[in-house]
Design a protein around this ligand. Structure first.
Ligand SMILES: *[C@@H]1O[C@H](CO)[C@@H](O)[C@H](O)[C@H]1NC(C)=O
Ligand SMILES: *[C@@H]1O[C@H](CO)[C@@H](O)[C@H](O)[C@H]1NC(C)=O
Ligand SMILES: *[C@@H]1O[C@H](CO)[C@@H](O)[C@H](O)[C@H]1NC(C)=O
Ligand SMILES: *[C@@H]1O[C@H](CO)[C@@H](O)[C@H](O)[C@H]1NC(C)=O
Ligand SMILES: *[C@@H]1O[C@H](CO)[C@@H](O)[C@H](O)[C@H]1NC(C)=O
Ligand SMILES: *[C@@H]1O[C@H](CO)[C@@H](O)[C@H](O)[C@H]1NC(C)=O
Length: 239
């Protein structure tokens, strides 16, 4: 058989049996890509490939020659962070970074070749959302004296939500990671029941509790309003 034909045949076979397992992981963690296999043939030739879109960079090459196992990690970038388990074919990646997202492909060659594919997404831990009183920023009318605004630095698949007790009352997300996310607590007269603002991505979350006393009925806040009232009053007198 012509080598090109062999290659074509092989690729038809490998794409036919391919089912992609999706993993979502937290940046900095040690991640093991489990295969679910328990007894890989001891003389199998095991290969792992990686790529952001297509797994075309060889990162593990493990073969048995004359009874001796030789496991090589050819990729400079991954070398010191990889560990192959020859019993299961599983691959452990230490200190995974956001740049390590993409497709990981395992090839086990014995009498036949088997292929497994994994799609790995890496997320940064979300930051704690910040609650400010939006009213301070704009010209303050008394009715709008308290309008909590929650915000957080945006990131991949991040959402920002307000909860009243355990119920989610509003939520926002944006695919534009460069823009900070803002979500007002859309309540005209928030009472003292528990409001929390939660920022979450698929692997982590952070919660900030709203303290209405602190945010809206602060002693400084009061002074501010009294002061405004006084100014308003003086303007009226002037008129
Ligand atoms: C390798 O995988 C096998 C099967 O999953 C497991 O029993 C064994 O503990 C693993 N070895 C190491 C060093 O993690
Ligand atoms: C983990 O990787 C980051 C870069 O991605 C590096 O700055 C950091 O020092 C590494 N941490 C450890 C414990 O190796
Ligand atoms: C806030 O509530 C008002 C009325 O309840 C509604 O018209 C407005 O669209 C809401 N705004 C947001 C951002 O949810
Ligand atoms: C706060 O509001 C919720 C619903 O809006 C209500 O169930 C609860 O009784 C209120 N609590 C107080 C102290 O007013
Ligand atoms: C809210 O803030 C006030 C003023 O800083 C503080 O005295 C109070 O303990 C806080 N309440 C909660 C539930 O954290
Ligand atoms: C509440 O008061 C404290 C100190 O009195 C101040 O540091 C804080 O900024 C005030 N918060 C608001 C929302 O005005």
């Amino acid at each position: 058989i012509h080598p090109a034909l062999l290659h074509l045949l092989y690729c038809l076979l490998c794409s036919a049996g391919e089912e992609v397992v999706r993993l979502q992981e937290l940046e900095g963690n040690t991640v093991t890509i489990h295969t679910g296999l328990t007894g890989v043939q001891s003389d199998a030739h095991i290969l792992w490939f990686y790529g952001p879109e297509n797994a075309d960079i060889k990162i593990v090459n493990s073969l048995v020659f004359k009874g001796e196992t030789n496991t090589d990690y050819p990729s400079e970038r991954f070398r010191d962070r990889l560990q192959l388990n020859r019993t299961s074919g599983s691959l452990t990646i230490r200190n995974i970074s956001r740049e390590d997202y993409g497709v990981y492909k395992l090839q086990i060659i014995t009498e036949r070749t088997s292929v497994w594919s994994f799609s790995v997404d890496i997320y940064a831990p979300v930051l704690k959302p910040v609650i400010r009183n939006q009213a301070e920023k704009h010209s303050v009318t008394l009715r709008e004296s308290c309008s909590p605004l929650c915000s957080v630095e945006n990131g991949k698949d991040l959402s920002l939500s307000w909860y009243e007790e355990k119920e989610r009352i509003s939520s926002i997300s944006s695919s534009d990671s460069s823009e900070r996310l803002y979500l007002p607590l859309n309540k005209t007269n928030p009472n003292y029941s528990t409001y929390t603002c939660v920022a979450a991505n698929p692997v982590s979350s952070q919660t900030t509790k709203l303290n209405i006393t602190e945010l809206c009925y602060n002693s400084t806040g009061k002074c501010y309003h009294y002061h405004l009232d006084l100014v308003f009053y003086l303007i009226l007198i002037e008129l």
